[in-house]
Design a protein around this ligand. Sequence first.
Ligand SMILES: [Zn+2]
Length: 262
Amino acid sequence: MTSKAILEAQQLLKRYAIEDPTEIPIEVLIQAQGAMYDERPMNGAEGRIIFGAKSASITVNSLITHTEKRRFVRAHELGHLSLHRGLQPYYRCDDSAFQDWSRSGSHESEANTFASELLMPSDLFRHEAVKQPFSTAYITELSRLFQTSLTSTAIRYSRLGPEPIAIFWSQHGIIQWCCHSEGFIARYLRKRKTAVHSDSIAYQFFQNGLFDLSCTSQMVLPDVWFDDRRVPKDLLFYEDCIPMPRLEATLSFVWSSGEFKS
Ligand SMILES: [Zn+2]
C-alpha cells in the first residue's frame, strides 16, 4: 500500500506540474504552500518548522555546506508542513531525525519518505537506476543527478534499484541502523548497536580515523555483516563504503558477488 507521505509528495508534484524536481527550488514550493522560509545558523538542528494558527515558518540551518543535504532538509520540512499540521506545535529536526527511515508511525520517518519521493520520484529514479551496475560511485552520481543527500539516495536505491543491496550506517564504530532491498539474500543483518566486525572495511576507518580517504570494494564472508544461518557460510559478498568525516560515520554497502570461497 502506498503510504500517505508518498501520495502527498506525488500530489504536490502533480499540482505544480513538476516533472523534474531539480528544476524547482524547494524553498519556492514551501512558500507556494503558504509557509515562510528562512535560513540562519542553528545549533544542534538542521531544520525546524513552527506551526502558527494558519501559517507556518520553516528555518533551515545555513551552516549546512552540502547543497544536496540542504535541499533534502528543505524537502523534509515541507514534508512536516504537508503531513503534520495540528499534530505538534513544532518540529526541531537534528541529525538523528534524518537517520530515521523505518520506525512505524514516526513523524521524522514520514517526513524523510515524503522528501525522498518529492526529490527522487519513483518512476524517474527507477529509470535512472538501471543505467549502470551498482557501485558507490554510481550512488554518488545519482545523488548529484537528483541533488539529494548520499544517505537518502542510497536508501532510495535499496528500495527501487535493480540490484539487491544491504546498507549499514555506523557511527564511532557502532552500527546505528541498517536496511536491505526486498530481494536481498540475507534477511537477518547484524544487529543495531553492535560493533562493526573487525574484518570489515568500515572497521579500518574507525580504527585508523582515516575518514578523508576513499575506499575500494573488497570481498567479505557473510558473517562480517549478517547473522543469517540460511546464507551459505562460504558465499562471498562485496563490501564498499562512503566515509562521512563530519559525523565520524560510514555508509557501508554490501551485495552478493555470486561467488564462493575456494
Ligand atoms: Zn523532522
